[in-house]
Design a protein around this ligand. Structure first.
Ligand SMILES: [Zn+2]
Length: 280
């Protein structure tokens, strides 16, 4: 789970509201439509608790469905929101790319997961901070209608795993240098919310399928030892790459600084394993 770090979120939330406010009739309730659409995560939770299971807001679900249908290039729709957010890797799993592309040959965009599911919380069906750009695996196959809440799970507009959850490899046999069966891959956390995310997105089970990547990291960590890295730095720094971080990205195939983890799939896995291997 990687925190969504798009700049100017408040402006985008406001734009989202302005574009949608005239699309349907919102019933009178404790909150204005603007509050409901732009509510930040904590407020979102308050509204969710207040109107859980209240179906007088079902028109929001209908409006959301309309919002997801591509009409033309000028209409504000889910493609426009996805493009504005520019979340290119699924924040829930950090495994799948979620680029937004609109072309005459075909279009693709991230799905929008409703953090508070829209069937239980219809009032939040179009709320900006309730719409999490994510991959179809996380949204449709795995999460579905599982009950999520700010009090039980990590919300990607609030937090990421950072140091709350870590991948680690556990050597079982000396064959671990050349055989995936020689080690185990685990994803552990001491944080109750992060643990819920790990469980509800089946992250540990799914990541076990990426042991081939971990094996390559182990092998590369041996090949690219300290003196070899030094030699490469002396030969190519400033020409082939900018600095040591750039070189490590080139070798190990992942962004490794915290602020770049959202740019490439498996970067959290790569970073944690490289830290364990004392490469970074
Ligand atoms: Zn995902």
């Amino acid at each position: 789970m990687i925190k969504i770090a798009t700049p100017k979120l408040e402006e985008l939330a406001q734009k989202h509201y302005e574009a949608l406010k005239s699309k349907f009739k919102f019933p009178t309730c404790k909150y204005s439509l603007e509050e409901v659409i732009t509510a930040k995560p904590e407020k979102l939770h308050e509204i969710a608790m207040h109107y859980k299971g209240n179906h007088k807001f079902d028109m929001m679900i209908k409006a959301y469905k309309k919002f997801t249908v591509k009409v033309d290039d000028d209409t504000y729709d889910a493609y426009k929101l996805a493009k504005d957010l520019n979340v290119t890797v699924c924040p829930y799993c950090n495994r799948n790319y979620t680029f937004t592309v609109r072309s005459k040959n075909g279009s693709t965009r991230p799905q929008f997961d409703h953090f508070y599911d829209k069937a239980t919380y219809p009032i939040l069906a179009l709320s900006f901070y309730n719409l999490i750009p994510s991959c179809p695996t996380c949204n449709t196959s795995i999460k579905g209608r599982k009950e999520f809440s700010l009090t039980t799970h990590v919300h990607p507009y609030v937090d990421g795993f950072d140091d709350k959850a870590c991948f680690s490899l556990h050597v079982k046999e000396s064959s671990f240098y050349y055989d995936e069966k020689g080690f185990d891959l685990e994803l552990n956390s001491n944080d109750a919310k992060a643990q819920k995310n790990i469980k509800d997105f089946a992250l540990e089970e799914i990541y076990k399928n990426h042991k081939d990547i971990v094996l390559e990291l182990i092998q590369k960590s041996v090949m690219y030892n300290e003196s070899y890295i030094e030699e490469l730095m002396q030969n190519y720094e400033g020409t082939l790459f900018k600095n040591e971080e750039d070189l490590l990205r080139l070798i190990f195939g992942g962004y490794i600084s915290d602020e770049d983890l959202d740019k490439r799939p498996l970067s959290k896995l790569t970073k944690d394993i490289l830290e364990q291997l004392e490469i970074i």
